[in-house]
Design a protein around this ligand. Structure first.
Ligand SMILES: Cc1cc2nc3c(=O)[nH]c(=O)nc-3n(C[C@H](O)[C@H](O)[C@H](O)COP(=O)(O)OP(=O)(O)OC[C@H]3O[C@@H](n4cnc5c(N)ncnc54)[C@H](O)[C@@H]3O)c2cc1C
Length: 421
């Protein structure tokens, strides 16, 4: 049993590794347990401009700039008939040398970089160690039991454990806290192409969102090494119509119906498996209970249409790292301490969620809102770029003239000890 840590972290993805780096930088003793051996495959490759802040805080901007990762300056939307919008360039609103240039990343490489950064700052990261159980004393989480690579099961203890297990949401599931988003439960099918067509110059790394019927969409994300990530997201019923269940057939049928995507992929060669995932939007009822804090996708995950996952994962990791450090310094890690952490994150998630809901409404278009309210363009741009912590209520009022939007979900507050099981 090891007891000499201030914090345990389950999962060395972007959320876990950023929390670990921040805590280690504060001089805290951190143990991260990661099930996989890095580099490991992961989906989620397009960064938002406002990922810049967390990356800067982690000291990773110079590494990103020196990396082979494809630079991304813009997003473009394409109609099913192949007609593309003007590229939306981030530098029309943000500083060219900072926020306005972001990246498309191969996650195996990116996640390894973020994890090694945590190690370099002093965190202990053990790979191929799978957490099987949360250890509890009374209602309090006091550590974890993990199966290590050598086959040994070891107990690790610390005053607080961070659940950074991604959409598997180890802690939220076991506490019965996982709540499906009432509407956002789509299916995604994706694969990779090598040597396919891509734009040139400043547009080379642009994300394309290409619409398919029934409010579905393709992502087209050019990566380095001449790879492109291409996926389709839609209702499961639509993708599996006529009894099609095989991911490759689902994917290729949609490609055959989308002129723009076909045109891009025509010169390329499909490579690797066809992946599929479903029901990936969910929220945790609470952010924390005694001894446990949820971070990144383990706290909440939204439909990926606006690529908010990594920004939220890195940002929540940084915020959680600071909040835990302050709690340790104050000798108070009570769940209530994390109310501000969760409220801030929920605010951003709810803003992004409203955009996502609007996107999936039939006949909604950002253009219609901007035609009626030209000044709304800046707010829409900010929210789409990941600057989500602002009060956008005047914007949502305008949106509601076009489409219904969901109310905020009353979720995420810490679970107070007196109500704990
Ligand atoms: C189809 C799809 C497309 C997406 N596209 C984008 C995109 O374009 N841009 C974007 O920003 N985001 C995208 N995302 C979201 C993005 O992938 C996630 O938001 C991001 O990976 C969250 O990081 P995380 O650190 O919270 O979790 P993860 O990256 O999932 O990391 C969790 C880690 O925990 C480890 N782990 C899990 N269980 C255990 C255990 N019991 N013991 C030890 N370790 C464990 C896992 O091995 C993993 O390494 C997409 C997601 C999906 C599903």
């Amino acid at each position: 049993m090891s007891t000499n840590y201030d914090t345990l972290i389950i999962g060395a993805g972007p959320a876990g590794s950023s929390a670990a780096a921040v805590l280690a930088e504060h001089g805290r003793r951190v143990l991260v347990l990661e099930r996989e051996k890095f580099p490991r495959y992961h989906i989620g490759e397009s960064l938002l401009p406002f990922t810049y802040g967390p990356l800067e805080r982690l000291g990773l901007i110079a590494k990103m700039k020196a990396s082979a990762f494809q630079k991304k300056y813009s997003v473009v939307f394409v109609q099913p008939n192949g007609r593309a919008s003007q590229p939306f360039y981030f530098f029309n609103r943000y500083e060219r040398d900072t926020v306005a240039q972001t990246w498309q990343v191969l996650r195996a490489e990116f996640d390894q970089m973020v994890m090694e950064n945590a190690r370099a700052k002093g965190a202990t990261v053990i790979e191929e160690a799978t957490v099987k159980e949360l250890l509890r004393e009374g209602g309090r989480v006091v550590g974890v039991r993990a199966l290590h690579k050598d086959g040994a099961v070891r107990e690790h203890r610390a005053p607080i454990t961070l659940d950074c297990t991604g959409k598997e949401a180890f802690g939220a599931l076991r506490q019965g806290w996982r709540v499906k988003d009432p509407f956002l439960n789509k299916v995604a099918v994706w694969t990779y192409y090598k040597g396919s067509n891509r734009q040139c110059g400043v547009d080379e790394g642009q994300t394309t969102v290409a619409f398919v019927p029934e409010k579905g969409w393709f992502w087209h994300i050019p990566l380095h090494n001449d790879l492109v990530s291409v996926g389709v997201v839609a209702e499961g019923k639509y993708l599996s119509r006529d009894g099609v269940r095989d991911p490759e057939r689902m994917f290729q049928r949609e490609v055959a119906q989308n002129l723009w995507i076909q045109d891009q992929l025509a010169a390329g060669v499909q490579t690797g498996p066809h992946y599929v995932t479903s029901e990936f939007s969910f929220h945790a009822r609470h952010c924390a209970s005694e001894g446990l804090l949820l971070v990144g996708d383990a706290f909440a995950f939204l439909d990926p249409v606006f690529s908010s996952g990594l920004m939220l994962a890195l940002k929540s990791g940084v915020l959680a790292g600071d909040a835990v450090h302050e709690g340790l310094a104050a000798g108070d890690l009570s769940p209530a301490r994390f109310a501000g952490y969760a409220a801030g994150l929920r605010r951003g998630i709810e803003n992004m969620r409203k955009l996502v809901y609007a996107f999936y409404q039939p006949d909604f278009s950002f253009k219609n809102v901007i035609d009626r309210y030209p000044a709304a363009a800046d707010d829409i741009t900010d929210c789409l770029s990941g600057d989500v912590d602002k009060d956008f209520s005047p914007l949502w009022q305008k949106f509601r003239e076009f489409v219904p939007l969901p109310d905020d979900l009353p979720l995420g507050a810490p679970r107070e000890p007196e109500t704990a099981a």
